[in-house]
Ligand binder design. Structure first.
Ligand SMILES: Cc1cc2nc3c(=O)[nH]c(=O)nc-3n(C[C@H](O)[C@H](O)[C@H](O)COP(=O)(O)OP(=O)(O)OC[C@H]3O[C@@H](n4cnc5c(N)ncnc54)[C@H](O)[C@@H]3O)c2cc1C
Length: 610
């Protein structure tokens, strides 16, 4: 398509429920909405089946109690709250823990082939922060199985799928979201979707950082779309830096090394060969953590009387311990530390076969990308930007945002994880809250007629989308701006933060914002990567600013947010979440949202499971 073609030429589609995003959350929401008897449209930037969820490795957390009958929703709830450092939305954490087992069993009924216990039940593995083996898994390819199953099931429900389509704006009518507008990535043509209810399931924001495990899709589109439509974001300061990403070679830096490696007995060592995680066990985890390597090993092999090794402490803590070793000059040659699973040959016969069976993707990943055999050598690993706990502020039961008609689920929504997410709790979150979002979006659509589409909003959106063509060759290079933005966030709002650096980040972001306004590209609208990047920039900038101003506001350290100028937790900050909203003059501002008092029953559950 010629870029000079009338900017208001577009195809129109009508749905009751529009789901933006076809990862686990979007697919599950679409299935549920369709089961509610309404017409559903599903949009995604990549091909169906290729959403970021497909990369998930370790498993889905659900208290099925198949491997350890001491597990229950209560223990899962308490683990999630402790991991989130008690600023989670406790109602979401409760719903999640209670409903995850049913959602996993349902996935199995729809055809997911989980690994099995000897007596044929769904096998569950250990993961950081979970007291008992809890992660239902398919080797280390759980996300692939999840997506395959949901996709098959969804297709048979007659959901309309529009692949390789990017939403650039949500349309509003009197403060309610009534549709979405965007372009086909392949042909560059615009499309308008009218919808009575819209579910955002757009995933994470990892691409705002230089080192990330996230796929190219993680540009925070849903966060920005919601914010610009008037919704509130919450907990944006809480970013999870996964402790184990690849650090070498540079081309693969950031790619995830699943926590499953540590769950299967892998240990972290520094350049002196020391298991440094034993040196720093936080007080609130001390009673649950092994105090010697032998006990830790027994835990990974299912000994119910053993406590977890310190390598399976929460991700924020493990990541900071790794940074400490590297900064202390005890790192590996390429700036990480060593993760060793090969050592288990001292413990079990046929260790190499065992590792290849339990961790097939990790084996191939290191063999192919780093020329390293994990059955005989230690890996080099370091922290990588992995997950955003923050997102669209939603109602715990319905997943509706603060804007009527707009729902959010999965990684782009906030609440369940608080200050830090436990591994495995995302895939279960996608199922539990995807289902809820779909159900309640369908209810909303049945109760409310379609809204009015404002031509002026469409006009502004299409002009905005085409502006990079107008700036052309003389404009700013969008790739360069994106690279600089990632540098700002990585270096100034990363794992370890402080006031002056974050203030510099804000200045840097403001300058980049001005340059992004002048981003220019050449060529036509068909599969133009420069164009896609220029449009992604606006979202990345919104998200980066939200992270930075929230991080400045939280003057303490908690979970994924660590400040050298406020290195301790401050109980006063446990009383509220930080929300970000757009003021009437268009400025981004923060506010403190008090956390509702937890019912006595849930408090008791936490006490009993301390
Ligand atoms: C390597 C890796 C391993 C992981 N392993 C685990 C694990 O074992 N267990 C666990 O619980 N979690 C794991 N996670 C985290 C988990 O995979 C993610 O949090 C989760 O998959 C996010 O799912 P989602 O449905 O919210 O979004 P995604 O799967 O990210 O899907 C987002 C969808 O939105 C679409 N989209 C985005 N923007 C737009 C737009 N503007 N217009 C149209 N469509 C759009 C995308 O195309 C995509 O279809 C892992 C993460 C990584 C990176």
């Amino acid at each position: 398509m010629d870029r000079l073609e009338d900017h208001l030429t577009y195809e129109t589609h009508d749905y009751d429920v529009l789901v933006i995003g076809a990862g686990g959350a979007g697919l599950r929401a679409a299935i549920e909405a369709s089961a509610g008897g309404v017409k559903v449209g599903l949009l995604c930037k990549s091909l169906l089946g290729k959403a970021h969820t497909v990369m998930a490795e370790g498993g889905i957390a659900a208290a099925l109690s198949n491997v350890d009958d001491r597990d229950s929703w209560k223990v899962h709830f308490a683990d999630t709250m402790r991991g989130g450092q008690y600023v989670n939305n406790w109602r979401m954490a409760e719903l999640h823990a209670r409903e995850a087992p049913d959602r996993v069993r349902e996935l199995e009924a729809w055809g997911a082939l989980f690994d099995r216990t000897p007596d044929g039940r769904i096998l569950q593995r250990n993961f950081g922060g979970h007291k008992y083996p809890r992660l239902a898994h398919v080797g280390d390819r759980t996300g692939l199985e999840m997506i395959r199953t949901l996709q098959d099931h969804g297709i048979h429900r007659g959901i309309d799928v529009h692949m390789e389509f990017t939403v650039v704006t949500l349309l509003t009518d009197g403060g309610r979201v009534v549709g979405a507008f965007g372009y086909e990535r392949e042909r560059g043509r615009f499309k308008l979707f009218r919808a009575k209810a819209t579910v955002l399931a757009t995933g994470g924001i990892g691409r705002a950082y230089r080192i990330t495990s996230n796929s190219w899709e993680g540009t925070g589109d849903g966060h920005a779309l919601a914010y610009l439509a008037g919704a509130e974001l919450m907990d944006m300061e809480f970013i999870q830096f996964h402790p184990t990403g690849m650090v070498w070679p540079p081309s693969v830096q950031g790619i995830l090394v699943t926590e499953g490696v540590r769950g299967e007995g892998g240990v972290l060592r520094n350049s002196e060969g020391r298991r440094f995680m034993f040196d720093d066990i936080p007080e609130n985890y001390r009673t649950q953590t092994a105090d010697n390597p032998e006990e830790g090993w027994r835990y990974t092999q299912g000994d119910k009387n053993a406590r977890r090794p310190p390598e399976l402490l929460t991700r924020d803590h493990v990541a900071r311990c790794i940074v400490r070793e590297v900064k202390g000059g005890r790192g590996s040659p390429h700036g990480g530390v060593f993760l060793d699973i090969a050592w288990i040959k001292e413990k079990i016969p046929n260790a190499a076969d065992h590792i290849r069976k339990k961790l097939p993707s990790m084996y191939h990943q290191f063999k192919e990308l780093a020329g390293l055999d994990i059955t005989t050598e230690a890996m080099e690993v370091g922290p990588t930007t992995h997950y955003v706990m923050g997102g669209v502020r939603v109602d715990s039961d319905t997943q509706m945002s603060t804007v009527p008609g707009l729902f959010a689920a999965g990684e782009c929504a906030a609440g369940i994880n608080g200050a830090n997410r436990l591994g495995g709790n995302s895939l279960s979150d996608l199922l539990v809250f995807g289902q809820r979002a779909g159900e309640h979006a369908a209810i909303f659509a049945r109760k409310n007629p379609g809204g009015r589409i404002d031509e002026r909003q469409l006009d502004a959106a299409s002009k905005h989308a085409l502006r990079p063509f107008d700036h052309g060759q003389g404009g700013e290079n969008p790739f360069k701006i994106q690279q600089e933005l990632q540098g700002v966030m990585q270096d100034l709002v990363g794992i370890v933060r402080e006031e002056s650096e974050m203030r510099r980040a804000l200045d840097g972001l403001e300058a980049l914002n001005a340059r992004a306004e002048r981003a220019g590209i050449t060529g036509h609208r068909e599969y133009n990567n420069g164009w896609h990047t220029a449009l992604d920039l606006a979202n990345l900038l919104v998200v980066s600013q939200a992270i930075t101003i929230s991080a400045l506001e939280r003057k303490e350290s908690r979970g994924g947010h660590f400040r050298t100028d406020y290195p301790e937790k401050d109980p006063a900050f446990a009383a509220f979440n930080i929300v970000v909203r757009r003021a009437s003059d268009g400025a981004m501002q923060t506010a403190r949202a008090p956390i509702a008092d937890m019912p006595a029953e849930l408090k008791r559950v936490i006490e009993e499971n301390k």
